[in-house]
Structure formats: structure tokens, C-alpha cells
Design a protein around this ligand. Structure first.
Ligand code: 4AD
Ligand code: MG
Length: 468
């Protein structure tokens, strides 16, 4: 018997299958009933919705039915009929049931509904079978697909940058070292320091914190590229918005200026959010009901609003004004400060009440590669700030002038030896260009309404946790 996925049964026209025998397979969500009949809600992951299997107890072995409990995996042959009950269009009258796998009710942890997110993280191998994580995983897939579609439609090339690298793009020193040296007894040079000549790559290497530098090599050859891959940061920040392993999308475009860059950032996020509204309606409705009552409203409002462009200096003025009027912040506000998330959220959620793209930051708080403005103080960096999330995108126009870039590298004491290939882009056929990085899980936080970044990726990596 050919298996039919539950999504197909519930969303497509299946008139022609009514009163025929079909097969479905899946995991039992609930079983209830009375002396004569059992109702099994079956889910196969293709959709958040369950198909109802109606079992006439007289036709089935009592022992088999006893072993079909929440979490068990079964295959059902049965007649597809229009449902008499409320809540579903069609249901299946079981004719034959095969029990693939039991789930002992005494030990299977997903019995009742309403487990805490903290508890579900402890059973990360099974939480995927809950409605919430099913919805999140399906939306995650859709967002990844939307991202590829967005860039492909606009003539960008998907460009693969290395995960193992010898350069620290963001210069924040938050890299996970990659080595095959024996850590108990590493080879040493005469001065006592570790001899990395003997390491696998003949030098010190680490997992990438960003594919941008190699992305710039791609953009200055192919015109427009994007990366989409795993990114690693050994920052010890235990917050609901940081992961040690996350996914980043990094487009890089030749001949883009600041206005082109911010326009692309805005268009890109709106495209992804609209995609979710158009393609993930069932899952979003579920999350809207169970997780965040304002979710769909918020998503729609972002798609329909113009994002604010806000120079950093103007942002500081607004924050200082707020402080003068009695608004309390934990961290001080002054020109030159790296804004804390409470400041960013004030601007977005209280002052403008819409997404803000902040531009023209003090050069001291931004990375070495950002294009320097003529004022000598600011650079053409852009952060896209979102309600609930704070920073969702970080990007900039790049400094294409060799001498200015060198000056910035020297100011920051960045070791030149490792940068020669990057500098060659400015030495040979340099061009104005720009790019940004979107934290995929930050986008997922926004689109799902989940509060913690650990709950929008199947297997989160954070300080002291690398289970599963
Ligand atoms: O602002 P960031 O550090 O910028 C860069 O890495 C640039 N090289 C990007 C570029 O211009 N190509 O990081 C970009 C985004 C942040 O805005 C945030 O959304 C996300 O990456 N991000 C993280 N997401 C989860 N966990 C972390 N630890 C993150 N660190 C950054
Ligand atoms: Mg940033």
C-alpha cells in the first residue's frame, strides 16, 4: 500500500481517495476513546496537524492496542472518510495496524503537554517530536530556502568560504582553536612557546568567526556573492541571543554604497518574513497561540513598515535626551560608547516603534575593514536593530583604499603576515564594495517569537553545553 503523507491528506484535494484504502505512518500524539472505539491522533512531521485514526476495538487485538501509547510509531492501513467530528476534514478508519516501535509510558518523557523549554533542552534528542519544535524546524527549513531563493533571484552566487581559517575577521579574539598537537605535551620552540610549524596546517588555525574576508575575494571577482554556513564564536556570553555555533548569511557586493547596502538589508529581511507568512501559516498560527500572542501581528507590521535610517550620533542624542527626561539605563550613554542591547531596544521599541538601521558608528567600536568617513571619526558600519532581538544584522561598506586600510590595521596591531591576501584585493583592481552578516538564529527568534536562541536551533552549542 502506498504511503500518503499527512500534510497531503489535510491540505490537498483528496476527494478521489475518499472511501479508498490508504496507508499513513507516524508517531502517536494522543490516544483517547471509550469501550468501543479509540481515536488516535497521528503525526508524521510533514505538518503540525494530526490525522485522526478511528479504531473499532472489536476488530483489533487488545494487547496490540494497549501497546499503542503516546510516542509509539505505527503504520495504519485504513479507509479515508470524511470526518463527522469537528476539527478535521478527513479521518481514517483503521483496517490494519503495524506497531513499529513502542514508547513505554513509564519512561517516555513526552507524556503530558506543557513541558518547560528548560526541560525540553535536556531531552534535545526527543524535543523535535513536540509540536513546538516541529514547527520551528519546518520554519527553519523554509527560512533557509527563502534565503537561497532571495539571492538566487537577484543574481548572487552562493560562495563557499572555509570553516578552518588562520585569520580573525572580527578581531575580537573569540576563536576556537583547531589543532592536532598533543595538548598534554605540545612540541616547543627554543624560547618555550608552542611550535605550530608542527601542527597540522603548519600554523595556528581556528574555526571561522565570519566568512566575510574570503567573501570579499569572491565579490571582487564575481560581483555579488553570499555565504550561508556555520560560524563559531568562543565568546563566553550566556545570553538568550548568543550561541557558540550559529549560522550566518553573508552577502558581499561590488559597487554597492551605503544606501544600496541598507536597502538590500531591509529588502532581504522583509522578503524572509513575508516568506514565513506565506509558506508557514499553520506553524505560525500554532506559535501565535502557544508562544506569543502578538507574533503574526508583529511579522505583518515589519513587512509593511519602512525601517528608520539613524546615524549613531543622532541615536546618542535621542538616548541622552531620554536620560535627561528620567529614563533609567543600566549602562551609561555617551558618544563613543558601544550601545548595550537596552539602548538599542529603547530606540526600536519605545522611541521609533519600528526597525532601525543605525549607520556611521565611531570607528573605535567597529572592525578594521569598515569604510572611513571624511570626518575622521566615524565609519560606514550598519547594524539593523529589531524589536525583541536587538542586533539582527551587522554590516558595512568596506574600506577599499589601500593606505587607509593599512592605517586602520596598524592602529589595531593586526598581524600583517596573515593579511597579505586580503590586502591584495586593494592592491589590484580595488573597488567600492559592501556587505553584511545576518545571524540566522536571530532571524529565527524574530520569526518564531521564541524567547531563547537555544530553542530555534536543533542542537544548541553554548558555554558548557555540547550534548547531543
Ligand atoms: O556583527 P557581526 O559580528 O558581523 C560580522 O561578523 C561581519 N563580518 C558580517 C559582515 O559584514 N559580513 O555578526 C553578524 C551577525 C550579528 O548581527 C548577529 O545577528 C549574528 O551575526 N551573531 C550571532 N548570532 C548568534 N550567536 C552569536 N554569538 C552571534 N554573534 C553574532
Ligand atoms: Mg555586530
Amino acid at each position: 500500500m502506498k504511503r500518503i503523507e499527512i500534510k497531503q491528506l489535510l491540505t490537498q484535494s483528496v476527494e478521489h481517495l475518499i472511501d479508498t484504502t490508504i496507508n499513513v505512518k507516524g508517531w502517536v500524539r494522543t490516544k483517547r476513546g471509550n469501550k468501543n472505539v479509540a481515536f488516535i491522533a497521528l503525526n508524521d512531521g510533514s505538518t503540525i496537524n494530526n490525522i485522526q485514526v478511528v479504531v473499532d476495538l472489536a476488530n483489533f487485538d487488545e494487547d496490540l492496542l494497549r501497546r499503542i501509547t503516546t510516542g509509539a510509531c505505527i503504520s495504519v492501513d485504513g479507509k479515508l472518510v470524511n470526518s463527522q467530528g469537528a476539527g478535521q476534514s478527513v479521518e481514517i478508519q483503521a483496517q490494519e495496524i503495524i506497531l513499529y516501535g513502542e514508547a513505554d509510558p513509564n519512561t517516555y518523557p513526552l507524556q503530558k503537554k506543557g513541558h518547560s523549554m528548560e526541560f525540553l533542552r535536556e531531552i534535545g534528542h526527543l524535543r523535535l517530536r513536540t509540536n513546538t519544535f516541529g514547527a520551528i524546524c519546518r520554519i527553519r527549513h523554509n527560512m533557509a530556502y527563502a534565503i537561497h531563493t532571495f539571492f538566487h533571484e537577484r543574481g548572487f552566487f552562493y560562495f563557499h568560504t572555509p570553516l578552518i581559517t588562520a585569520s580573525d575577521c572580527e578581531g575580537a579574539g573569540e576563536m576556537f582553536q583547531v589543532t592536532t598537537l598533543n595538548l598534554d605535551n605540545p612540541p616547543r620552540k627554543e624560547d618555550g612557546s608552542v611550535d605550530y610549524d608542527q601542527d597540522f596546517f603548519g600554523k595556528m588555525t581556528a574555526l571561522t568567526v565570519s566568512g566575510q574576508l574570503e567573501g570579499e575575494l569572491g565579490a571582487t571577482a564575481l560581483g555579488k556573492i553570499y555565504t550561508f554556513g556555520p560560524t563559531f564564536r568562543a565568546e563566553n556570553s550566556n545570553t538568550p541571543r548568543h550561541l557558540a555555533e550559529f549560522w550566518m548569511v553573508e552577502p558581499e557586493m561590488a559597487f554597492y554604497q551605503l544606501d544600496d547596502l541598507t536597502a538590500l538589508e531591509e529588502e532581504f529581511i522583509k522578503y524572509c518574513v513575508r516568506w514565513a507568512l506565506d509558506h508557514c501559516a499553520d506553524d505560525l498560527e500554532f506559535l501565535n497561540k502557544m508562544i506569543d500572542k502578538d507574533l503574526i501581528e508583529r511579522l505583518k507590521s515589519v513587512v509593511d513598515t519602512d525601517f528608520v535610517r539613524l546615524p549613531y550620533t543622532e541615536g546618542i542624542r535621542i538616548l541622552e535626551e531620554a536620560v535627561k527626561n528620567g529614563r533609567k539605563f543600566e549602562f551609561p550613554v555617551y558618544w563613543g560608547v558601544d550601545l548595550a542591547s537596552e539602548h538599542e531596544r529603547y530606540l526600536v521599541e519605545e522611541h521609533f516603534k519600528k526597525p532601525v538601521i543605525m549607520i556611521d558608528y565611531p570607528k573605535e567600536i567597529k572592525a578594521f575593514y569598515m569604510k572611513q568617513n571624511d570626518d575622521g571619526k566615524t565609519v560606514q558600519g550598519t547594524d539593523v536593530l529589531f524589536p525583541q532581538i536587538g542586533e539582527i544584522i551587522g554590516g558595512s561598506v568596506r574600506e577599499e583604499n589601500y593606505d587607509k586600510l593599512m592605517a586602520s590595521i596598524t592602529e589595531r596591531n593586526i598581524p600583517m603576515k596573515d593579511m597579505w591576501w586580503y590586502l591584495d584585493t586593494r592592491r589590484y583592481g580595488t573597488c567600492p564594495h559592501a556587505g553584511f552578516g545576518l545571524g540566522f538564529e536571530r532571524l529565527m527568534l524574530f520569526v518564531t517569537g521564541m524567547a531563547n536562541i537555544r530553542d530555534v536551533i536543533p542542537f544548541p552549542r553554548t558555554p558548557k553545553t555540547a550534548e547531543f
